[in-house]
Write a protein that binds this ligand. Structure first.
Ligand SMILES: Nc1ncnc2c1ncn2[C@@H]1O[C@H](COP(=O)(O)OP(=O)(O)O)[C@@H](O)[C@H]1O
Ligand SMILES: [Mg+2]
Length: 269
């Protein structure tokens, strides 16, 4: 990890982790915005106790899902493609209000956390991220601030506006920041096939299990478990899908443990 430069000083290579906490962990996935305050506080506590403030050699980018703060609002869209301006405002404001709860809990637990709203820094093309302003995020990481992004409605050069999931943001950010590790904390123990958690999925083994990996049981417009696995199979970064509803699991993931289902994407097998 650490390398000695020509001056003999120790220059640590920063190690970046991208962690997503699912909307199913932080909210009740019902049709009105309903937070789970205890879960939000517990997750924030586990994250804050695992991240050393200002230790910019061990960087964390956080992403959270929308749960009932966004999915039901996005589902009742009036247009087949895109969203009206009032829908953009409604969806963004409701998910931003969940982000504020998460940020508040992180700060209360002693972390330097700031919101980074995708609506203000992402352009999509037909629902996929085409551009993202990474400079502010890089500068936050340099000084030990944890940027907190979330699934959001964003402007889209093809369809006007579209939903970019927290899951898609994770793989985009992990790729752009050369992350060493990705965690998807969700409300199940991992990818379940034939009734039990599969320890590992690779592009080769995906074919045989894919019919059992589906969307969400709750309201979720962005693909549920299938969406997560497909995102992760596209990239070659060590990734774990684990149960963040169980106390202690986020802390264990952040301490480097292998948990839940490991997805080994292309170039990572
Ligand atoms: N094979 C599978 N293993 C685990 N979960 C699955 C599977 N297939 C579908 N799911 C569903 O996907 C959900 C996880 O996705 P989602 O609800 O979008 O979580 P999050 O809120 O973390 O984004 C699970 O709770 C479950 O309902
Ligand atoms: Mg989801």
């Amino acid at each position: 990890m650490g390398t000695m430069d020509t001056m003999g000083t120790n220059t640590m290579t920063p190690r970046t982790t991208v962690l997503k906490i699912g909307g199913s962990v932080l909210t009740e996935k019902t049709d009105t915005p309903t937070p789970k305050p205890e879960a939000i506080n517990r997750c924030a506590g586990e994250i804050a106790s695992s991240v050393t403030p200002a230790a910019a050699d061990n960087r964390l980018i956080l992403v959270h899902g929308a749960g009932s703060f966004g999915h039901p609002q996005a589902e009742k869209r009036s247009l087949r493609n895109g969203f009206t301006s009032s829908e953009i405002i409604e969806i963004h404001r409701v998910v931003a209000s969940l982000n504020e709860l998460v940020i508040g809990a992180l700060i209360k637990n002693g972390l330097f956390a700031v919101p980074v709203h995708p609506l203000g820094c992402v352009v999509a093309e037909d629902g996929r991220i085409a551009r993202i302003a990474t400079a502010p995020i890089a500068m936050m990481l340099d000084r030990g601030i944890v940027p907190v992004l979330h699934g959001d409605v964003v402007m889209d050069s093809r369809v006007g506006a579209s939903i970019v999931s927290g899951d898609q943001l994770v793989t985009c950010l992990a790729t752009r920041f050369g992350a060493a590790r990705i965690g998807f904390g969700t409300a199940v123990d991992g990818v379940i096939v034939d009734g039990s958690v599969v320890p590992q999925i690779t592009p080769e083994t995906f074919e045989a299990v894919q019919s059992q990996i589906r969307g969400s049981d709750g309201t979720d417009v962005t693909g549920g478990m299938r969406g997560k696995v497909l995102e992760l199979l596209e990239i070659g970064i060590a990734s774990h899908i684990f149960n963040a509803s169980k106390p202690g699991m986020i802390a264990r993931f952040l301490s480097g443990e292998e948990l839940g289902t490991r997805i080994c994407g292309n170039a990572d097998v």
